[in-house]
Ligand binder design. Structure first.
Ligand code: FES
Ligand code: FES
Length: 413
């Protein structure tokens, strides 16, 4: 098969350090590139043709960087690379070895917005929000280079990012206010703390292109570190069940039986100290994902009947999930109340489901989990608890949404 020149000049990750020769990489091969994003070390395993914008969105789950034209025209994908604004759609990820990248996620947090974000909100400088990450990063770069810029210069200086629905006047007003209030320079970003975005290859699942079978299942458990960023999805499920707390705790104390309550899940190895290798299969329409990864039960408190587990898993197609799951059982009437919470961090293919759909799927799965836990605790585990099929899952979610809409129409909510 012919090879493709990897275009690694400049920051060539695959340049031989001594000879400085550019390495050739096959079109179907991947290279590992390491850089920092928002102050956190990150690493991606990508084909040479993958753009920085795709690497940020699909490999690291940083979907705040939007993609419009993919030709360098619209400016939606603007990020800061080594201190300068850059079109992420025009850069290849493999050029980024050692680079310091800042994306809109690094600018601020929901509870600690950057002054530019606050100003955009105050001045109604967005409507659909599609151009907003690009506008914010472009404005940040502009005010970083030209603090206190005069308002009349803003239209030309901010013309590199196209907005199709908001009045530009509001965007200029928002940027102008921050420039006026901060004549000595733009305030620093609010979400560039230390920590680590978990690179795809550092987690316990299969490496890129791996099959997820064989040796991967017996490699031991990697250290599980949850990202410091907001979870992609936070799920809370409260369910009253017939089983007593004592009956439920018997199952919760047995990780293998507990895992079987989660549709499509199974334990494949027990490494002791409450650490395990596990697999879960999720199918949604034509998309079928098989995650293999590590589980560590960090809390198993019989007194409060609380269990907390951390998990990280990868799908052979490049999706990653990290989960922090807490389950508590309390007495409720003659039965129990199960309270389950999960913070899920998703990157790669699974993140493309979108937050709302991922939330629905996660909630549905947790609902099935608590029902199966109840059945198992009451001695019904002999009747196999089958994973709900994708079609059933979709049908249930559609029915739930339709029921909600119908109730709202009838004014019952
Ligand atoms: S998506 Fe990069 S400039 Fe349009
Ligand atoms: S706010 Fe909609 S494209 Fe700018």
């Amino acid at each position: 098969m012919s090879t493709l020149l990897g275009l690694f000049r400049g920051r060539g990750p695959r340049q031989d350090e001594e000879s400085q020769e550019t390495l050739r990489v096959g079109a179907e091969e991947t290279v590992t590139v390491s850089f920092t994003v928002n102050g956190r070390p990150a690493s991606v395993d990508v084909a040479p043709r993958v753009t920085l914008s795709d690497a940020l969105r699909d490999h690291l789950g940083l979907t705040g960087t939007h993609v419009g034209c993919e030709h360098g025209v619209c400016g939606m994908c603007t990020v800061i690379v080594d201190g300068d604004a850059a079109r992420a759609c025009l850069l290849l990820a493999c050029q980024m070895e050692g680079a310091e990248i800042m994306t809109v996620e690094g600018l601020g947090k929901p509870d600690d917005l950057h002054p530019l974000q606050e100003s955009f909100s105050r001045h109604h400088a967005l409507q659909c929000g599609f151009c907003t990450p690009g506008q914010l990063m472009s404005a940040y770069d502009l005010l970083d280079k030209e603090p206190g810029i005069a308002p009349e210069e803003l239209p030309e200086q901010m013309s590199g990012v196209l907005c199709r629905c908001t009045g530009y006047r509001n965007i200029m007003d928002a940027v102008g206010e921050v420039a006026e209030k901060n004549p000595d320079g733009v305030p620093p970003p609010r979400n560039c703390a230390s920590g680590a975005l978990l690179p795809r290859d550092s987690i316990g699942g299969p490496s890129a292109g791996g099959s997820g079978t064989g040796d991967d299942e017996h490699r031991g458990v990697a250290e599980i570190r949850m990202p410091s960023t907001e979870p992609t999805v936070a799920v809370t499920v409260d369910q009253e069940v017939e089983a007593t707390p004592d009956e439920l705790w018997v199952v919760m104390s047995d990780t293998e039986r507990l895992a079987r309550c989660l549709p499509g899940a199974e334990l494949v190895a027990d490494f002791g100290d409450d650490t395990y290798k596990g697999r879960i299969r999720v199918a949604l329409g034509p998309v079928k994902l098989a995650f293999l990864g590590d589980i560590h039960v960090v809390t198993r408190d019989e007194e409060t009947r609380t269990i907390r587990a951390l998990a990280q898993a990868a799908d052979a197609g490049g999706g990653n999930v990290q989960a922090d799951v807490r389950i508590t059982v309390d007495p409720q009437g003659t039965g129990s109340a199960i309270h389950a919470e999960a913070d899920l961090h998703m990157t790669g293919r699974i993140a493309q489901f979108g937050r709302s759909l991922a939330n629905d799927v996660s909630k549905e799965m947790f609902g099935q989990f608590t029902a199966a836990l109840d059945a198992t605790a009451r001695g019904e585990e002999a009747a196999e608890i089958k994973p709900t099929s994708a079609l059933t899952l979709m049908a249930q979610m559609t029915a739930n949404r339709a029921r909600g809409a119908w109730d709202r129409l009838r004014g019952r909510n």
